[in-house]
Write a protein that binds this ligand. Structure first.
Ligand code: MIG
Length: 801
């Protein structure tokens, strides 16, 4: 009944020969003798949509994933008719469509095959549900690699794997377990240095097979809907991802505090406990910006209520926490308790906003509050109503962020752990069953939450975090990787999931640091926090079942390690914020697996542990107990060990020392890394000075940037930001730093402290904006090679005699 293989089938049907072709501006239609239509849309020269209908009949064209603001437009489109095929030529690719079988081959402009149909489009009719099980298969040349697909807890390179997309609550999931919470049907293929991407925009349960079922074939299929996929040509992997996020959208900037450290547990209550925790952070001077309230803050798990015994005056508490620099974040689940006395339930009943079964009864399921009904977040009216519910929490009480959990949606004690397939959804005016709406439900809940929090937080920025997500969710929300376990293997998984999510357009992700289920040793926690501070979202969370997971519960050594790394994260905030800005603006992944950093180096194709944080910092976690270091691959180029400042050549494996208080960290030569002073929370201190760590490089220009703004609010969208780009040129006896500034925001500090690392000569002369100045006037410190300069200098020449 459930078709979960491409080959096992009742009867695959195939398109026949093409009998007609027509073109309507950017859309090309090919119709076959047996009623298949292939519609190819050229969105850009390198972004092509392929859509197939059977029985000459397309569905209404609607997608939650596609962002309306994505770039469109092509510069060239030619169609040629040949004896055996049609050829479409865009500015970046050529596509042939076989006349006898409608199979497609995509070539680059030099004639190299990039992506070629094997069986191509085929399908099975679904008697049970109507419609088709739609399938696509492509040939897979030996040596092709595959990446992407969201939160899959398996090797970064998916070659040889079979994957399922069906959002699932997987408590204490394991390595290779599938499916998990998210469904991101987008992958990147790469063969002979040419990368391309495929986004199969189909929300039904879908599968991807990368040479698992048939050795030289990759395929993907879904249990309903249309064969509807977007092809993105690289050849750089970076460009594939950029084009994918162009289509599915990018986030706004989060408030800067959201990039700080967050502390969470299931659950902190009552109020005195919350205060004890936040007080302890300040006392131990471990920076922290956010504290979470898990489900126990509610009255009987009723969303939008407070347990008055635990939290008698939430507004006062939230206010007091905020005076101490803590932002309060509360959890909101989709299940609404069936309770005539409960206002959310009453309103939704009155307005008919709950999901119903096919024959009319409500969709009833057990979650934390007991028996619940569930809002249909695929109904725009329901989303609007849901948004309005945040008025009290955000506007009156002053909560700063909302955490959406259980939105796969999860249901307890039932087969499948979710709604049955017959549940009905509005799907923005395209009524359908849960089979189609399941994978998008969580994203639509997060979207409604985002709209509500934004409405009442405005002019400040909202912060949302979700567990379930489909492609496009990055427009509304950050995410975490769900209920992991306090084991070393899960440290490996967390590292991979964060990288994979970054490659899948959802950079703003992190794991439960230390593990959710079970209890980590102090050593594991220390190794995890070292990695976690290099994930875009950085939060410790635990189920609390097996003991506490605040840093101080592991003893002094771990407190010191935690402080050291959380402080480093706070120092690197301007670097991290700049990374986020590049992600928000251009879709550049915040974390780059080595293959994304240097795809032309075959050594990177199967690396999982090392990654690049932003563009210039190489990180590699220690993933074993009792380690004094590890072997790791340093990518091509030259690097400085961040801790020892030793210069090292890349392109090979090395042993790197790393005691418990060290994570292997390397800075790319030529990089200029900006740092803020350590603060206990964002905004605690006025930033008096920006520090720039300059890593000397001999030779050509190396560019680094620093993006800053108000750290919250929307001024940056109107030009009120400060974007500094620095270029570094190194000579044997001179370093030249040029600065170019953009944007109208005036930063608080007036000066910058520049430290030059790896300088091969002694400084004796400095020219500032073409004027020779004394070393004393720049507070030159020859021990540390630092100088202090006015922030808006344009050119600095630092030389020996
Ligand atoms: O069924 O709200 O993944 O982070 O602490 C468990 C309680 C429900 C699961 C989430 C976890 C959260 C927990 N939730």
């Amino acid at each position: 009944m459930i078709v979960n293989t491409e080959l096992e089938h009742k009867g695959n049907l195939f398109p026949g020969k093409i009998i007609s072709f027509s073109q309507d501006v950017d859309k090309l239609n090919f119709i076959t003798e047996n009623g298949v239509i292939l519609q190819i849309t050229i969105l850009r020269g390198s972004v092509i949509r392929f859509r197939y209908a059977t029985d000459k009949n397309f569905e209404k064209d609607f997608s939650y994933a596609i962002s309306e603001s994505g770039a469109r437009g092509y510069s060239k489109l030619e169609v040629e008719e040949h004896d055996a095929h049609y050829t479409i030529i865009t500015s970046r690719v050529q596509i042939t469509i076989g006349k006898s079988d409608i199979k497609t081959i995509i070539y680059d402009l030099e004639g190299n095959v990039v992506c070629k149909d094997d069986w191509g489009f085929h399908w099975e009719q679904s008697y049970e549900y109507g419609g088709n099980i739609v399938k696509m298969s492509k040939s897979a040349p030996l040596g092709e690699c595959y990446y992407g697909l969201g939160d899959k807890p398996m090797h970064l390179n998916l070659k040889g794997k079979r994957i399922e997309n069906w959002a699932t609550d997987q408590y204490a999931f394991g390595k290779d377990q599938d499916p998990l919470y998210k469904s991101v049907p987008f992958y990147i293929g790469m063969y002979e240095e040419r990368a391309y991407g495929i986004f199969f925009d189909n929300t039904f349960r879908s599968y991807f097979d990368f040479c698992n079922e048939r050795r030289n074939v990759t395929s993907f299929w879904a249990q309903g809907g249309e064969m509807n996929y977007y092809f993105f040509y690289g050849p750089n992997m970076q460009d594939v991802i950029t084009r994918y996020t162009d289509l599915t959208g990018k986030p706004e900037l989060p408030p800067l505090w959201a990039l700080g450290y967050h502390q969470c547990k299931w659950s902190y209550y009552p109020e005195s406990k919350v205060k004890e925790i936040t007080g302890r952070f300040r006392e131990l001077q471990i920076p922290c910006d956010a504290i979470y309230l898990d489900i126990d803050y509610m009255e009987g798990f009723r969303c939008f209520t407070w347990n008055k015994e635990y939290f008698p005056d939430p507004k006062r508490m939230v206010q007091e926490l905020s005076e101490d620099g803590f932002k309060t974040i509360v959890i909101i689940d989709p299940g609404i308790k069936i309770d005539d006395e409960y206002f959310v339930y009453q309103e939704a009943m009155e307005k008919d906003y709950f999901c119903k079964r096919a024959d009319g009864p409500y969709m009833r399921g057990k979650v934390w509050p007991g028996e619940c009904y569930f809002p249909d977040f695929t109904n725009p009216e329901v989303r609007e109503w849901w948004s309005g519910l945040f008025k009290e929490i955000i506007d009156e009480i002053g909560v700063k962020g909302v955490w959406n959990d259980m939105n796969e949606p999860a249901v307890m004690e039932v087969p499948g752990k979710t709604f049955p397939g017959d549940v009905r959804h509005n799907y923005d005016g395209n009524p359908c069953s849960h089979r189609k709406a399941h994978n998008i439900y969580g994203t639509q809940m997060a979207r409604a939450t985002y709209e509500g929090v934004k409405r009442f937080a405005y002019p400040k920025r909202p912060f949302i975090i979700t567990r379930s997500a489909y492609s496009g969710a990055q427009r509304y929300t950050s995410s975490w990787t769900g209920d992991n376990v306090a084991t070393w293997e899960h440290l490996w998984i967390a590292n991979i999931q964060a990288q994979r999510m970054s490659m899948s357009g959802m950079s703003f992700t992190g794991s439960d640091i230390g593990g959710f289920a079970e209890h980590p040793t102090g050593e594991l926690y220390a190794r995890w926090i070292q990695l976690g501070v290099f994930h875009p979202f950085c939060r410790t969370h635990s189920s609390g079942d097996h003991g506490n997971q605040e840093p101080w519960t592991f003893g002094e050594e771990v407190v010191d390690v935690t402080r050291k790394f959380v402080e480093l994260r706070y120092q690197l905030l301007p670097y991290l914020y700049t990374m986020f800005w590049e992600y928000a603006k251009d879709g550049i992944p915040m974390l780059k697996p080595l293959v994304l950093f240097d795809q032309n180096d075959p050594q990177t194709h199967y690396r999982t542990d090392e990654f690049i944080f932003g563009n210039q910092i190489l990180v590699c976690p220690v993933q074993e107990p009792n380690a004094k270091g590890r072997r790791m691959y340093i990518p091509r180029g030259n690097w400085y060990n961040y801790w020892t400042r030793e210069y090292t050549k890349g392109g090979m494996e090395q042993w790197v020392d790393a005691d418990l208080d060290i994570i292997p960290l390397f800075i790319k030569e030529g990089a200029i890394i900006p740092k803020y002073p350590i603060q206990q929370y964002v905004g605690e201190k006025k930033i008096e000075q920006l520090k720039l760590e300059v890593y000397y490089k001999l030779g050509s220009k190396e560019v680094s940037s620093v993006f800053e703004d108000d750290q919250d609010g929307y001024g940056y969208t109107k030009g009120r930001f400060s974007l500094r780009s620095f270029s570094l040129t190194g000579k044997e006896n001179q370093v030249i730093i040029q600065q170019h500034k953009n944007g109208s925001y005036i930063t608080e500090y007036d000066t910058m402290k520049i430290e030059i690392i790896g300088l091969p000569f002694k400084i004796s002369q400095i020219e500032l904006d073409n004027v020779s100045v004394t070393l004393e006037s720049l507070h030159f410190d020859d021990q540390n090679n630092t100088i202090v300069v006015p922030k808006d200098f344009t050119e600095l020449h630092i030389s020996s005699k």
